[in-house]
Design a protein around this ligand. Structure first.
Ligand SMILES: CC(C)(COP(=O)(O)OP(=O)(O)OC[C@H]1O[C@@H](n2cnc3c(N)ncnc32)[C@H](O)[C@@H]1OP(=O)(O)O)[C@@H](O)C(=O)NCCC(=O)NCCS
Length: 237
């Protein structure tokens, strides 16, 4: 299998296996593993969700159920917090199948090599839209360290620069201050409220639609985010 690597002076690297005989990679730039080794206190990595992640995913979801419940879409067919492994294995398989068809990019977020959360670019529409929606969550034990903004900056550079998307949106409940901070820190635009647009925590909820385009992110969101982190650090001293 051919592996394409990109290295920059700043250390962020992407490893993208090229299309190969197993028919795995229908989409340019997928599967891809992206790593920021040194910006935060430990490396942040995005790697494709694998079947072996089902157990860690279930464990984290059950342990973080109260933390995640107010913000997670409700799916009556596959409740998020049940303790049996089967539904998680099914969800992994579904997401991997969608990835093969180019409509979802499901990543696991790791912190120092440990499973720490997820980031998925889903609902991808090709043609003249080239758009997708991003969703993410992190284990409460790793909250507030800048892990998700770092992962999101890497993911968006990859989506715009390699995969070929043009626009990515994030729909966030107005009450979710932490998530709004993530997209605000990366320069997403607030495009207004969508009334009762998603079923979350058992009811139809209003969401703010935030969006960013390839032009907004150019030349590199990760370079901009690195600058933001370093200048905040130097202000603190
Ligand atoms: C939203 C979320 C993904 C942010 O991830 P993160 O890696 O913690 O992001 P950051 O480190 O940039 O922190 C974002 C904000 O969280 C808040 N925060 C900071 N430390 C925190 C902590 N220990 N616990 C909870 N929130 C904290 C702060 O408001 C911070 O903003 P600031 O940097 O301007 O102070 C995470 O809070 C989460 O998983 N929440 C539950 C699920 C969820 O809301 N998903 C998104 C649905 S739209």
């Amino acid at each position: 299998m051919t592996v394409l690597g990109r290295f920059s002076s700043s250390g962020w690297r992407a490893v993208v296996p090229a299309r190969h005989d197993g028919g795995v990679a229908y989409v340019r730039g997928w599967p891809a593993t992206l790593t920021e080794p040194s910006l935060l206190q430990a490396p942040v990595t995005l790697r494709p969700l694998a079947t072996r992640d089902a157990a860690a995913w279930r464990e984290a979801r059950v342990r973080n159920s109260e933390w995640l419940r107010p913000w997670e879409p409700t799916n009556p067919e596959t409740p998020l917090y049940q303790s049996s492994l089967g539904p998680y294995v099914s969800m992994v398989r579904t997401m991997r199948r969608e990835a093969r068809h180019g409509v979802t990019l499901p990543w696991v977020v790791t912190w120092d090599g440990r499973f720490a959360g997820q980031l998925t670019v889903g609902n991808i529409i090709w043609g003249s839209a080239r758009t997708g929606s991003v969703g993410y969550w992190i284990d409460r034990d790793y909250a507030g360290l800048g892990v998700i903004p770092t992962a999101l900056a890497m993911a968006l550079d990859h989506c715009f620069g390699v995969v070929g998307l043009h626009r990515v949106e994030a729909t966030i409940r107005p009450e979710n201050r932490a998530s709004r901070r993530v997209v605000e820190k990366l320069g997403f635009r607030d495009e207004g409220i969508r009334r009762r647009c998603l079923h979350v925590d058992g009811a139809w909820r209003d969401h703010i639609c935030y969006a960013i385009t390839a032009e907004d992110a150019a030349p590199s969101l990760m370079a901009r985010w690195r600058g933001t982190v370093r200048s905040a650090r130097s202000r603190i001293g």
